[in-house]
Ligand binder design. Structure first.
Ligand code: UD1
Length: 425
């Protein structure tokens, strides 16, 4: 397995382009299943998770053309509404095919994602919603098996309420509702910008959706969706990760092709930590400029659904607090087991005490390079940030997690002046 070796101490400076959002691209790729006409996407990031999703769609009969950041998907020959365990086990987001497959084909067989490193992460809310829309749905030998038994072969519009805010749950149900008979109302919907990006793509395909970005989404079913083009929004988590990396090193960076618009909670905390941040937007481009002080002030955070502080930025803030001045408290309220990076950061010398879903950290003057292991996608990002500020060399093992969600991370960090290299297994 490949590993990354980082020699800490370089101050990041310069400019870097931010890629399209993984968490918007994944559901939007699945949206192609809803139509027999092509969907053309641009700003699609070059990530292993995207490769996995394309493989999954291809084995269902979707024709795919990919050139640079453009992907064209043609699901006119969709003939195999199956998501096998081998592909689903490497990426939970595969569950996003369930709603569109069922709506378009009247049946679907999707492997249950199973446990993952950051907690149990069940899909009961996806299933509950589709049941309420009239699907006959159950679990058989580890697969969610869903069918529309109604003579019309269509899901029925319904009033849906999820027990908790679920991002992919909202997306799955919103896609399923596009081709249902009548109106579907999703209450307690996720308000994440990626849900809005998906809704915008669906609307350009002819869907009738209102309220995306609020906690009440209305979808009026239509008989078919048509060809469309859509540009994937910038990745706000990649943006936040580069802001943190630059901030931790006392650096100054311009991030191109992204905006502070979806990142208020993160930007707010970086301002509290002592950074100066400004956004620039013209007709043709947008960018963010960050200047960091020599040493950051510790900042406490509490994760919660959008627009509050994102759980996908929690690990990166643990890394910056590790070397900040003062004490910080980090509360994780979304996932029950998302502090695995804390143990690895402790190996680098961080002072962190964990009690349930709370971490109490006292910033130290210096971290020291060591060998650490990446345990999930964002945990890996926190180890990269820690490695950038640690004395000496940090070896990060199991970086396949990082390749799932960060587009050319070593090249981008190298361009900003980091001493980082990949060692092939
Ligand atoms: C998405 C993001 C992920 C992010 C997370 C929370 C994608 C591809 N992934 O994941 O990066 O960390 O949102 O912002 O967009 N839950 C249930 N039953 C369900 C669904 C969810 O109990 O049927 C629970 C989960 O275990 C978790 C919470 O609800 O505790 C939120 O999960 P959810 O928003 O669904 O996360 P994902 O959509 O999987």
């Amino acid at each position: 397995m490949d590993k990354l070796v980082i020699t800490g101490g370089a101050r990041l400076s310069g400019e870097v382009a931010i890629s399209g959002a993984k968490n918007a691209a994944l559901p939007i790729l699945c949206a192609c299943l809803l139509s027999s006409e092509p969907l053309t996407l641009s700003n699609v990031p070059n990530l292993n998770d995207i490769g996995t999703m394309l493989k999954l769609l291809a084995q269902m009969g979707v024709k795919i053309e990919r050139e640079g950041d453009r992907v064209t998907l043609d699901a006119s020959g969709l003939d195999n509404p199956l998501a096998p365990y081998e592909l689903v086990k490497t990426m939970r987001a595969s569950i996003l095919v369930l709603g569109p497959l069922l709506a378009r084909c009247g049946e679907a067989r999707v492997s249950l994602p199973g446990g993952c490193a950051i907690g149990a992460r069940p899909v009961d809310q996806h299933i509950k919603g589709l049941l309420a829309m009239g699907a006959d749905i159950g679990v058989d030998h580890g697969y969610v098996v869903a069918k529309i038994t109604d003579a019309g072969g269509k899901l029925k519009g319904a009033r849906l309420f999820t027990d908790m805010v679920t991002v992919t749950g909202t997306e799955n149900l919103m896609m399923a509702a596009c081709l249902a008979d009548g109106e579907t109302v999703i209450e307690n919907a996720a308000r994440e910008p990626e849900v809005v990006d998906l809704a915008q793509c669906l609307v350009s395909m002819g869907a009738q959706i209102s309220g995306a970005g609020t906690d009440l989404i209305r979808v009026r079913g239509v008989s078919r969706l048509h060809a469309a083009s859509h540009r994937i929004m910038p990745d706000r988590i990649e943006t936040g990760t580069f802001l943190c990396a630059a901030a931790a090193t006392g650096g100054e960076v311009w991030l191109k092709g992204t905006s502070t618009g979806y990142l208020d909670a993160v930007v707010d905390k970086l301002l509290d930590a002592g950074c100066e941040i400004s956004g620039e937007k013209t007709a043709s481009h947008e960018s963010i400029h960050l200047v960091a002080p020599k040493r950051l002030k510790a900042v406490s955070i509490r994760t919660a659904p959008y627009p509050a502080f994102p759980t996908d930025m929690q690990a990166q803030f643990m890394a910056i607090n590790a070397v900040a001045e003062g004490t910080a408290i980090i509360r994780e309220t979304i996932f029950e087991n998302r502090f695995m990076h804390a143990v690895e950061l402790q190996r680098l010398g961080a002072d962190i005490k964990i009690d349930g879903n709370t971490a109490v950290m006292a910033g130290v003057e210096k971290l020291q390079g060591a060998t650490v292991m990446a345990t999930d996608l964002r945990a890996s990002a926190s180890l990269v940030i820690a490695g950038l500020v640690a004395e000496g060399d940090t070896h990060i093992e199991r970086i396949y997690h990082l390749d799932r969600g960060y587009d050319h991370i070593e090249a981008k960090l190298t361009a900003l002046g980091a001493a980082i290299r990949r060692e092939k297994a």
